[in-house]
Ligand binder design. Sequence first.
Ligand code: AMP
Ligand code: MG
Length: 317
Amino acid sequence: MTSTNKEIEIAAQLIRDGKVVAFPTETVYGLGANALNAMAVARIYELKERPSFDPLIVHIADIEAIRQLTTTSDERVQLLADRFWPGPLTIILPKSEIVPDIVTSGLGTVGIRMPANPVARELIRRAGCPIAAPSANKFGQLSPTLARHVAKQLPDADFILDGGPADVGIESTIIALNKKGFEILRHGVITREDIETLVPYYALPEEEKTNIVSPGMLKSHYSPGKPLYILGTSVPPPADRSRVGLLSFKGHDTAGYAHVEILSEKGDLKACAVNLFAAIHRLEDSEVEYIVAQPVPEEGVGLAVMDKLRKAAYRYL
Ligand code: AMP
Ligand code: MG
């Protein structure tokens, strides 16, 4: 189902009133508030139980907003925006004074993205302000790709705008620009190779890195409510599969498991990304005791998929 005009208007009014609204984006559902209203943003942290050291991404509907929110005059930003926006790429830029510290966790930079989902952009336009939004889940837990997933974890959100399933399914790629090129802070469906067609890749040497504390980089994240293990790394396939759920890459060796989710029978890595969180949600909701996941090849979008799986498995290692 996709949101009606009326629902978008209700959500926009709530954002204008300083409330917190869950809304669809093409990556995952976001939990949004007026990015320029520190009190409204504080409520996002409260609802998510998110630690205050974890900065939020600011969503815009119009490239002009970059001038309001950042002090950048970097020409590469326009180049990247022309190619990848609207879409699942977040760019970290020096922030302007109007961006409250709570949005950036006190960092001098702000992450900005223009979402591809038309409902999200219409909401931002009608609200008349940029919208700060992390994923609409409790901190550290599974990301939501359906409105129902949001309702499960965040029943206290002021409103949930239902826009149907998220069609990218994993969070945006996050990049930072330095003098010589770009660095990836979080992998997503837009890959290093895609971006390298416009800007060279250049990872700053360790000693020049600014100290970014960002859960995009935490070891444990995206954790389902049941233990998840990656096959072949810490565990072999279980002998008794009757109480085990399988997250399968292409549908090989599925016999005997209590619940099987196949990411992509064709082995298409983008399809794996799209299906990943929804499949883990179904495994979490099933009767199984724990989940085992078959690894996917670590190339292209597979890098992002394995990154999420490792974080989901980390606390069970
Ligand atoms: P979420 O929207 O929940 O996926 O989280 C947003 C993520 O974006 C954070 O966890 C950080 O990893 C990253 N992020 C946002 N703003 C910044 C920033 N200014 N510098 C570095 N990373 C950022
Ligand atoms: Mg998140």
